[in-house]
Design a protein around this ligand. Structure first.
Ligand SMILES: [Zn+2]
Length: 499
């Protein structure tokens, strides 16, 4: 997804253009102007925050003969050859693709020769944690006795994978993520500079989606520019980037807060239908809930919202209790773990939405009933079954299509599993549902899904049962209504058994 046109064009070329990492750029600039150059630096921090950018500025600054204070001129022969990566005195390697000891040996051999034109030979090793053990050992030997003219700049996103022996030989700098405010300031400048019309809301969306990374921010802005014909709005940004966007998560919260189960589940369906990344939506919604909670308890922080959403979130915070917000967070946090593993991506979100919209009042009787194994008295109050006679199983089998239809209203994705299910018996108020595949059985077995199925069966047939999903091959009893499950029948004919 990386589109690096803007990133290359607007990459800072001297210290003063770097709008973040103040402490680091000051220290490095002072080292340059005081001529106190170390032999090895370690740049630690997340991706896209300017580690290699600062490494390159530093490399030019210590070599430029026309340096002004600490800034490289960027026009002399040396600066140009460094900028164009044609100098033999600047070596950049990506340790991710050059992990071996041979690559490092080659570097070290090269270091034996004095610089061709510059004062220092600068070696930038990106993602240094990827080096092999042998390569680290070779590097360590050089760092213990570096040639006078050598300057190493090692960059890493995962410093815990860099041996302590290496770290102790370096001067370490820890880079921070870029703040949303700084990033949107930069994005605004670039938009103006490129004559792009873009709303503040859209800029904030992009900044917030970049997760503190310049590179991601500029790459996202690039993508949006490629789509825009007129002014770039927040909506367009959301569409183009497939972001969830503040507007989306805020509307979703409105539905949850108003206990609109069906609308909330539909909402998720629409996100899925329009190709949104549900995992991202989940993350964004949680982030929004966090901000809501902070607002509720009176923490005033810069959430990167425009005025509209600053007001909106305050309003929402007033409407919901702390307890309620915390419970919603719990529901959706649980979904976050599950969404990565489930093959029905919308299911965990739908479950969370159902739980979160029914926790106030409506869910109470359902929860009570799910504990009904311990309280069989509730089962006594069965209203007259709609089905023929008193056999609850007959009634359920008879109404199975209506039951499925109704479940669809609650949760679309449950249907694909339930379609394969076969109700075969009621034992001790438990309805045995047979599934040919373990995957579908497991999907229905999740407690929240069982509750939905229980409830719908009762609504349609008046029969109170607790569903008990089971694999077909584990069922020893008879199968009463084979024609309800064509798959099962087909399997039987073929003599197959599936798990
Ligand atoms: Zn220069």
């Amino acid at each position: 997804m990386q589109n690096l046109v803007l990133y290359r064009k607007y990459r800072p070329k001297n210290f003063s253009q770097v709008i973040n990492q103040e402490h680091i750029k000051t220290t490095l600039a002072n080292a340059v102007s005081n001529n106190r150059i170390g032999h090895a630096y370690l740049f630690v921090g997340p991706r896209g925050v300017g580690k290699t950018t600062l490494a390159r500025i530093f490399a030019r600054a210590i070599n430029c003969p026309n340096r002004k204070n600490s800034e490289p001129c960027n026009t002399c022969e040396i600066c140009k050859s460094f900028l164009e990566s044609t100098s033999l005195d600047l070596l950049e390697i990506d340790a991710a693709s050059h992990t071996g000891v041979d690559n490092i040996r080659e570097l070290i051999d090269h270091l034996q020769f004095a610089p061709s034109k510059a004062t220092f030979k600068v070696i930038i090793v990106d993602e240094v944690h990827m080096l092999s053990k042998g390569a680290f050992n070779a590097l360590l030997k050089t760092l213990e006795e570096p040639p006078q003219h050598a300057v190493f700049i090692l960059a890493t996103t995962e410093v815990h994978k860099v041996p302590a022996t290496i770290i102790s030989r370096t001067q370490r700098f820890d880079f921070k993520k870029v703040s949303i405010a700084d990033l949107s300031k930069l994005l605004r400048f670039i938009s103006q500079d490129t004559n792009l019309k873009i709303t503040d809301g859209a800029l904030l969306e992009i900044a917030a989606a970049s997760d503190g990374s310049f590179r991601d921010g500029l790459s996202l802005l690039d993508q949006v520019m490629n789509y825009a014909s007129g002014e770039v709005t927040e909506e367009l940004t959301e569409q183009v980037l497939g972001l969830t966007g503040t507007r989306t998560v805020s509307s979703f919260l409105d539905l949850i807060g108003a206990n609109q189960t069906q609308a909330a589940v539909d909402f998720i369906g629409q996100l899925l239908y329009s190709g949104r990344d549900l995992y991202q939506f989940q993350k964004d919604f949680l982030e929004y809930l966090r901000k809501l909670l902070l607002t509720k308890v009176g923490v005033s922080a810069d959430f990167g919202f425009n005025v509209e959403f600053q007001d909106k979130i305050k309003e929402q915070a007033q409407q919901l209790s702390i307890d309620r917000i915390t419970k919603i967070i719990e529901n959706f946090q649980k979904a976050e773990n599950e969404i990565k593993w489930t093959s029905i991506q919308s299911l965990p979100l739908e479950l969370a939405a159902i739980a979160a919209t029914q926790m106030q009042t409506d869910l109470v009787p359902i929860i009570a009933r799910s504990e009904a194994t311990k309280q069989p008295q509730s089962v006594e109050k069965i209203t007259a079954p709609v089905g023929n006679g008193n056999n609850p199983l007959d009634s359920i089998i008879q109404h199975w299509p209506q039951i499925l239809e109704k479940i669809k209203d609650y949760n679309h994705s449950l249907i694909s599993s339930l379609k394969l299910a076969q109700p075969v018996g009621v034992e001790n108020k438990e309805l045995i549902l047979l599934f040919p595949y373990k995957f579908h059985k497991d999907a229905i077995e999740a407690r929240k899904n069982r509750i939905i199925v229980d409830q719908v069966i009762e609504e349609v047939t008046g029969v109170k049962v607790l569903v008990k999903p089971m694999l077909s091959k584990d069922w020893k009893g008879e199968v009463k209504n084979e024609k309800d499950s064509p798959l099962q029948a087909a399997l039987k004919i073929m003599g197959g058994e599936v798990e």
